[in-house]
Design a protein around this ligand. Structure first.
Ligand SMILES: N[C@@H](CCC(=O)N[C@@H](CS)C(=O)NCC(=O)O)C(=O)O
Length: 232
């Protein structure tokens, strides 16, 4: 029988990439899953009941065999291990394994924290001047991360190979869909733009997009950065 997972998350956040991976696995009857909303705007992630499951107070959390697993990168790798035939990761010892590990670590260590800084610069601290400074630095970082990944995508259709997307492709493309500004910023890079279009044409993404109500909209506070995005 296919294993069942429970994903705690909220629409269009760090949990979206994991939701997408689960939807891909469910489409081939590898898994069944339940999605439980953690209402971030109402700070449900800071309530005792959720902190019992995830003391970090963030999403995603995946329940595997009754135990919570946190961190997007760890969950992506774990699902690829638990479902080795799914192609979510090249097997240990295969030629593309090193490139996969390198790319996974780069996306999880560099891109995801930069995107959190972009989104949370005025929430993790409240001084608006600091938030602006953090965002200028982050913009510079995002530009160079996207340039590097764009160069990597000149070599292959997906980040690791031409064959099939791996878990890091789902995690990364989901983050590029967090909002309109991020989409515009990454879309300045032609390979990245084409890649995102390819990834977003997958039926499982269409499902996630609808289910999570994903709309690529530039938020009012991001408008000031549109004019400087290319000059950093
Ligand atoms: N390192 C974590 C970061 C997760 C994270 O920052 N999640 C955000 C949503 S995008 C969150 O839960 N925010 C709520 C909060 O920080 O209160 C991961 O990669 O899973």
């Amino acid at each position: 029988m296919a294993p069942t997972y429970t994903l705690y998350g909220w629409g269009n956040t760090a949990s979206t990439g994991i939701h997408w991976i689960l939807a891909e696995l469910a489409a081939s009857s590898e898994v069944t899953y339940e999605f439980v909303d953690v209402d971030l705007p109402h700070k449900q992630q800071k309530e005792a009941a959720y902190l019992d499951i995830n003391p970090k107070g963030r999403v995603p959390t995946l329940i595997v065999d009754g135990k919570p697993v946190t961190e997007t990168g760890a969950i992506g790798l774990l699902l690829s291990e638990l479902h080795p035939k799914s192609g979510l990761a090249p097997a240990p010892g295969t030629p593309s394994r090193a490139k996969f590990l390198e790319t996974h670590t780069y996306v999880v260590n560099s891109l995801l924290p930069a995107l959190r800084d972009w989104m949370y610069a005025d929430k993790d601290q409240t001084n608006p001047e600091y938030a602006h400074g953090i965002r200028l630095l982050t913009l510079q970082r995002l530009n160079s991360i996207y340039a590097l990944l764009d160069a990597q995508l000149a070599q292959s259709k997906y980040l690791v190979s031409d064959d099939e997307p791996t878990e890091v492709d789902f995690i990364m493309t989901a983050t590029l869909s967090w909002d309109g500004f991020i989409d515009i910023l990454s879309g300045q890079h032609p390979n990245l733009k084409k890649y995102t279009e390819t990834m977003r044409s997958r039926p499982a993404w269409k499902y996630i997009e609808k289910k999570e109500g994903i709309v690529l909209k530039v938020q009012p506070w991001e408008e000031q950065y549109l004019t400087i995005k290319g000059n950093l």
